[in-house]
Design a protein around this ligand. Structure first.
Ligand SMILES: [Zn+2]
Length: 142
């Protein structure tokens, strides 16, 4: 179990370069730390109109740097499907809160599948890791 300061230091040292590796340089990334997030180690909310992503970490759910960086990569990949938030907002407006709650689990499930597939592409097909992606950006800039 890591402290907020430990997780924050890892994120601060790596988020810029990992975001650059994923071609997300046009996004403003806001970081939050919330022990109340439950068993999810992290979450990502996006505002596709303003290109802002808010990533929240639950420091107590992590044991080491590798877990933190893997969570950071996972959450940054959620930014790729941010445009669908506009569709989600439209559906919410049209169907109302009760129906939306039922429909939204399908949406959330689809988002996780998209991210899992992108992670598999990176880690299994291309045999890369967050550290390798970060190192590639740093090599390119030096
Ligand atoms: Zn996710």
């Amino acid at each position: 179990m890591m402290s907020k300061a430990e997780v924050r230091a890892i994120i601060d040292a790596n988020i810029r370069d990992l975001a650059m590796a994923l071609q997300l340089g046009g996004w403003r990334l806001i970081l939050c730390y919330d022990g109340g997030l439950g068993q999810d180690g992290a979450s990502c909310d996006t505002d596709p109109m303003r290109h802002i992503a808010t990533i929240t970490f639950n420091p107590g759910e992590f044991d080491d740097e590798k877990q933190v960086l893997n969570a950071l990569l996972h959450e940054l990949l959620h930014v790729y499907h941010a445009e669908f938030e506009l569709y989600r907002d439209a559906v919410k407006t049209i169907v109302g809160d009760r129906l939306f709650a039922a429909l939204d689990s399908t949406y959330q499930n689809a988002c996780e599948h998209v991210v899992d597939n992108a992670l598999s592409l990176l880690t299994l097909t291309f045999k890369t890791t967050p550290k390798k992606l970060i190192a590639a950006v740093r090599r390119r800039e030096n």
